[in-house]
Write a protein that binds this ligand. Structure first.
Ligand code: PLP
Length: 381
């Protein structure tokens, strides 16, 4: 597409021209590992082997790049595979990276237990405090790794501020944009160098596929990431790419409903006496509200809240809902509820990353808002 279109139009058309030979309106699942050559080394469509490239994956990559306002995207087998490729493409053994003091647990495990053995050092810092970030920079700091909003406390670091600190230090800024999705937040436009996604979450949107992506502005950096994708091989398969692309088409519509529902539920929880605190960037009382207003279109579908009745009340609520399903993960059409201290963040127990035992996290789906509120308030007793 040569003209610049709005998000919803790009989501449905970028990388997805009707098939030139058959007219198929939907990009086919090119379930093939290899491609016939017209002569030795003469490729008909530019493809030779599906680890290097596959047309279904290309369609997804072009669409993701366009939605993040870029040209370069690589689709991976999972969000963590994308993160691994990004860090290895940007850093060398001996380099240092700054990571959030409240990171996604899987990212922390990758940075410390896998990449540390490769020679990387990672130090946690409060990314909401730009002076602390500046002070934590070392001569060998190559990358600042940011998530926003964070999981499960929904803190909101300032992407443009962090981009400034990274640039001063000669480092790059990577933003994990999984919780916001490109519909709500576009980190490259705010100065970030790299965006990563777990496309498993809002982008896929239907809890039926695991995938990841890395999107960058710089052609040379894109080449490094593509080389790692090809050389290490953690690619998105054709069917997974197709499912993700199908989800992506409705991202804008879904996100608006996630946000509508979450805003109403956050208000209902905030007014309930069994709830001692609601963590939702859309509430004016939230410490990250002003930054969220500046860098996000709306405030997302994730809410965490603390219960006045402590841990037992949190466990009872998680066991007591009927529409909200007790499960890890997030970002699908169905509403989920979980207890971070015993589920997604259980491995942080006893560390500085431990989360409160009275905390409940919900991923608000796109069911009817009244039904969701009745379910949640009913289970609160
Ligand atoms: C789920 C998640 C990941 C990891 O993605 P996978 O697809 O599970 O590998 C990374 N970051 C965030 C914020 C996530 O929620």
């Amino acid at each position: 597409m040569t003209q610049v279109h709005a998000f919803e139009t790009v989501a449905i058309h970028a990388g997805q021209e009707p098939d030139s030979s058959t007219g198929a309106v939907v990009v086919p699942i090119y379930q093939t590992s290899t491609y016939q050559q017209d002569g030795v080394g003469v490729l008909r469509g530019g493809y030779e082997y599906s680890r290097a490239g596959n047309p279904t994956r290309t369609a997804l990559e072009e669409c993701l790049a366009a939605l993040e306002g870029s040209t370069y995207a690589s689709a991976f087998a999972s969000g963590l595979a994308a993160e691994d490729a990004v860090v290895r493409a940007v850093c060398a053994p001996g380099d240092h990276i700054l990571i959030p003091d409240d990171p996604y647990g899987g990212s922390l495990r990758l940075f410390t237990r896998v990449l540390q053995r490769w020679g990387l050092s990672a130090s946690p810092v409060s990314l909401s405090d730009l002076d602390a970030v500046r002070a934590a920079i070392r001569p060998e700091t190559r990358l600042i790794w940011c998530e926003t909003p964070t999981n499960p406390l929904l803190r909101v670091p300032d992407i443009a501020g962090l981009a400034g600190v990274a640039a001063e230090a000669g480092a790059l800024l990577a933003v994990d944009n999984t919780f916001a999705s490109p519909y709500l937040q576009q980190p490259l436009a705010l100065g970030a160098d790299i965006v990563v996604h777990s496309t498993t979450k809002y982008i896929g949107g239907h809890s039926d596929v695991v995938g990841g992506a890395a999107i960058v502005r710089d052609a040379e950096l894109a080449e490094h990431i593509q080389f790692h994708q090809y050389a290490a091989g953690a690619i998105a398969g054709p069917f997974d790419a197709w499912l993700t692309l199908r989800g992506l088409k409705t991202l804008g519509v879904r996100m608006d409903r996630h946000c509508d529902n979450a805003e109403r539920i956050a208000a209902a929880l905030d007014a309930h006496s069994a709830v001692s605190q609601v963590l939702y960037p859309g509430l004016p009382s939230h410490p990250g509200h002003e930054i969220a207003r500046k860098q996000m279109r709306r405030f997302g579908g994730m809410i965490s809240f603390r219960l006045a009745g402590g841990e037992q009340a949190a466990l009872d609520l998680c066991a007591g809902t009927r529409i909200f399903t007790l499960a890890e993960s997030l970002g699908g059409v169905e509403s989920l509820i979980e207890h971070p201290a015993r589920m997604t963040h259980a491995s942080a127990a006893g560390t500085a990353l431990e989360v409160p035992a009275d905390l409940v996290r919900i991923s608000v789906g796109i069911e009817n808002a009244d039904d969701l509120i009745t379910d949640l308030i009913g289970a609160l007793g």
